[in-house]
Design a protein around this ligand. Sequence first.
Ligand code: HEC
Ligand code: HEC
Length: 255
Amino acid sequence: MSNCFIRSVSLSIVSMLAAPWIQASSGAGAGLQAGNPQSGEQLTKAGDCSSCHAADHEVVGPAYSEIAKKYAGQSDAANKLAQRIKEGGSGNWGTTQMPPHYELPDVQIQEIVSWILSLKDTPTARASATDGKKYSYTLQDGKTITLDFPLFVEGKEPKVTKDVFRGYELYNSYCYRCHGTDATESELAPSLRHALEIGMTPQQFLAVAMPGREDKGMPSWAGFLSEEEMTGIYRYVKGRSLGLVPVGRPPSESE
Ligand code: HEC
Ligand code: HEC
């Protein structure tokens, strides 16, 4: 009985605390309406688009350059894409849902669409945020693992990189309430450390975290956290899941 009581109290605290951030994330979209004339590119940066899209690489949704290539030469492309941005949906590129944007004025959507369609000659990179190098670390059990991003400043272990440190700060500001402090365990949401242990990739992580699963109690972070910030959170949790980054505040590059 008393357990139940404590659990329900902490749940309602969670929803109280979570509320401002959910509002903050829809608030970012509202900023788009404040509109002096802005370029399509600026509009995508001011809204939630850049949490899920980039000009030259896939994030949660396709690269704008790939969208431009796919629709190049189709006479109704602009209308089709404008309708898609407004109504959202899935199935053209994969199974992940793009959220609707009914709050965006048509003129701004048209600006965005003409900017996207202008990117048809932009080369598309394969992956985001990696420098192509490999980083090897020895785990506590003696095994060696290789990552395509660094956890620690080279030659200065255990000082973590700026990315990982920022990930630690963001995780323990926004995610810990449901997923557990320092990515330990929690009754409210699945362990992210475990999800990464069994192989969740950065792409898969962003594909849940940006749109959220509102029906299951996982908020959307699109428009509130950027691709870089969410990738930092992934890297921090990866370091934790490998047992390389300890609980608590890790020593950082700037110390
Ligand atoms: C939560 C993540 C998310 C956000 C936020 C988001 N998108 Fe998308 N977007 C997607 C996904 C996923 C797809 C692929 C949908 C599909 O497969 O049909 C997509 C597809 C698209 C497409 C291609 C549609 C088609 O029919 O081929 C365009 C254009 C687009 N998005 C523009 C935008 C713009 C502009 C914004 C901001 C106003 C935005 N998106 C915000 C995830 C997102
Ligand atoms: C209000 C509670 C809450 C907050 C805050 C929250 N989450 Fe979640 N999260 C959930 C719940 C509940 C689920 C499980 C959803 C389901 O059953 O599909 C989940 C699932 C996930 C998953 C999928 C895990 C898996 O194993 O499939 C990821 C990734 C994730 N959350 C990332 C984050 C990140 C990153 C943050 C912080 C920026 C965050 N969450 C903040 C409640 C929350």
